[in-house]
Design a protein around this ligand. Structure first.
Ligand code: B16
Ligand code: MG
Length: 221
């Protein structure tokens, strides 16, 4: 791996890349929305991927043409999160998406620095539940960021935490907002999954199964 300045680093989104927590967000947002008399479907849930908790509720209220006073807003966020956490607390390491653990181990063996760059305030808890905390050299999440993706903040903080220049960083993302955030940070993006919104990414992969970090770097160069 070259000198410090030319060494690549990998930044991983959490939901949709490492684990599929989107279904738990969906169930919790749906229950909350319906409690407020607002319909909520999977297509709307798609639009909340990578979007912060506060911004997600703002969008749901807008779709339902509803407003909440600050106390009700805070209470609604808390209710949704408690519901979401009831699912997260049941998570097991077998929910790690196929090939992810192996890919992270190979990064470690190759000396590629690895950080998490997630909008989720629950990211540390989820990494602990999955037994993946030790695989990351740095964790940047919704607790340390002010601005939601597509703002590049989360990935710029990740690069800084790893001590790697942004143009050496490769971001793994499943959401359009995250790919835009990576590009605005001056980084390359790998789109994970089959969604049509991933067309902006430099490289697209269906997932991590049988993927080698070296082969991926080859495709990016
Ligand atoms: P929390 P990511 C995002 O995770 C989710 O995609 C998004 O649906 C969620 O609203 C956001 O985290 C905040 O999560 O309520 O746990 O703080 O894709 O950026 O890893
Ligand atoms: Mg995501």
């Amino acid at each position: 791996m070259g000198s410090m300045s030319t060494q690549p680093a990998f930044l991983f989104d959490l939901d949709g890349v490492i684990v599929d927590t989107a279904k738990y967000h969906f169930w919790a947002w749906k229950r909350l929305a319906e409690g407020l008399g607002i319909g909520f479907d999977e297509e709307q849930n798609e639009q909340l991927k990578g979007v912060s908790r506060v911004e997600s509720l703002n969008r749901i209220l807008k779709w339902g043409d509803k407003t909440l006073c600050p106390d009700e807003f805070a209470e609604a966020l808390d209710r949704k999160n408690r519901d979401y956490l009831s699912y997260v607390e049941q998570m097991q390491p077998d929910e790690i998406l196929p090939g992810v653990s192996e890919f992270l181990s190979q990064c470690r063996a190759l000396g590629i620095p690895v950080a998490l760059g997630s909008a989720s305030k629950n990211a540390p808890l989820i990494l602990d539940r999955l037994g993946l905390r030790a695989q990351f050299d740095a964790v940047v999440d919704g607790n340390s960021t002010q601005r939601s993706k597509p703002d590049p903040e989360v990935f710029l903080l990740g690069a800084r935490a790893l001590g790697v220049a942004p143009d050496r960083c490769v971001v793994f993302e499943d959401a359009q907002a995250g790919i835009e955030a990576a590009h605005r940070a001056g980084m390359k993006a790998v789109g994970v999954g089959h969604a049509s919104e991933l067309s902006e990414a430099e490289v697209r992969i269906p997932g991590f199964l049988d993927l080698l970090p070296t082969a991926l770097l080859e495709r990016l160069s």
